[in-house]
Design a binder for this molecule. Structure first.
Ligand code: SF4
Length: 318
């Protein structure tokens, strides 16, 4: 990639990029949290949560000191709660092993829970100006099209990403621009090659057919869960904490029983996860609840999955 093409991409980014709060900082704590939040969650959802996070946890030390339940509560609605768990573990490692300062060494970054090569690349390049590429889903798509290598493996893409970065004057700017290009112009559903700053260099320019591009197909498994609603006017609702592994790990829900077959009735709520479709059947339960749990009169104090919030809303409106 020539210097001129790098310049075109960088100029386009500086002129056109969306104004997002995490683009006004090179603080590794802020970049880290934004990158993790953005992994599986849309920008418009992340924006208000990003600001709220730092009001609740202004420093890595405050994160490390907080109970995991507080992080899960702060993460409520963002989904993929494993990310919050990893953030907590990584914050404790940073406090204990790196004296509370984010490591600059790339291998040390990679050793932190929940930080993979791409996230480490973002932190290393945005915060420490190291020539480390970012390879998120958007950048992969751009590189595949740019080089007309639709079948390129991750290993091949990392190589292409590194070669491109090595020709760029500013690794942070280059990575940001590639991410922005994939997020806005060279999208999964459409490629706006007329507006693209690298169209002269891109082998696939004006030839992308998103309908025939290979899409990874992941089987979605249907699960049917009966949700026992023990409600008491004086005490609230009975909730149990889920195990620390599996779906909704560590979150609070009414007692759930997995059914072998779909019941004849319609579910109260259907909640989609990446590889699972949860059919939730709310059932008002009589009698005293069994098993471990507690009465909760204010559910806003605990971290509940969004699927359970929706189920309770629907149950209330019946
Ligand atoms: S020219 Fe088209 S296909 Fe190539 S990177 Fe730009 S938007 Fe994507």
């Amino acid at each position: 990639m020539s210097f001129i093409r790098c310049e075109a991409l960088a100029c386009w980014y500086l002129r056109q990029a969306r104004d997002l709060p995490w683009r006004h900082t090179a603080d590794p704590y802020h970049i880290w949290i934004s990158e993790i939040m953005l992994q599986q969650t849309q920008v418009k959802t992340v924006q208000p949560r990003y600001a709220a996070w730092f009001e609740r946890f202004p420093s890595i030390a405050s994160l490390a000191d907080a109970p995991l339940d507080d992080l899960l509560k702060a993460w409520e609605g963002l989904g993929y709660y494993r990310r919050a768990r990893f953030i907590h573990q990584a914050a404790m490692r940073i406090e204990n092993e790196f004296s509370g300062r984010f490591p600059r060494d790339f291998d040390a970054l990679l050793s932190l829970p929940g930080i993979g090569r791409s996230t480490a690349g973002a932190i290393a390049s945005f915060c420490f100006r190291q020539p480390r590429p970012v390879l998120d889903g958007n950048v992969k798509r751009v590189l595949r099209r740019w080089h007309d290598q639709p079948e390129a493996t991750d290993k091949e893409l990392w190589l292409l990403a590194q070669q491109a970065l090595d020709g760029a004057a500013d690794p942070a700017l280059w990575n940001q621009a590639m991410m922005e290009l994939g997020a806005t112009i060279c999208g999964a559903k459409s490629a706006d090659c007329n507006s693209c700053p690298v169209s002269e260099a891109c082998i696939s320019a004006w030839q992308v057919d998103t309908a025939v591009e290979k899409q990874a197909t992941v089987a979605v498994i249907d699960l049917h869960w009966q949700v026992a609603l023990h409600l008491c006017p004086q005490k609230g609702i009975w909730l149990s904490q889920r195990p620390q592994t599996g779906i909704w790990a560590g979150l609070w829900t009414p007692p759930i029983t997995e059914l072998n077959d779909a019941p004849a009735k319609a579910p109260t709520h259907v909640h989609l996860l990446t590889h699972r479709r949860l059919h939730l059947y709310g059932e008002l339960a009589d009698g005293a609840p069994s098993g471990t749990g507690q009465w909760v009169d204010d559910i806003s104090q605990l971290a509940l999955p969004t699927g359970i919030h929706r189920l309770l809303e629907k149950q209330r409106s019946v």
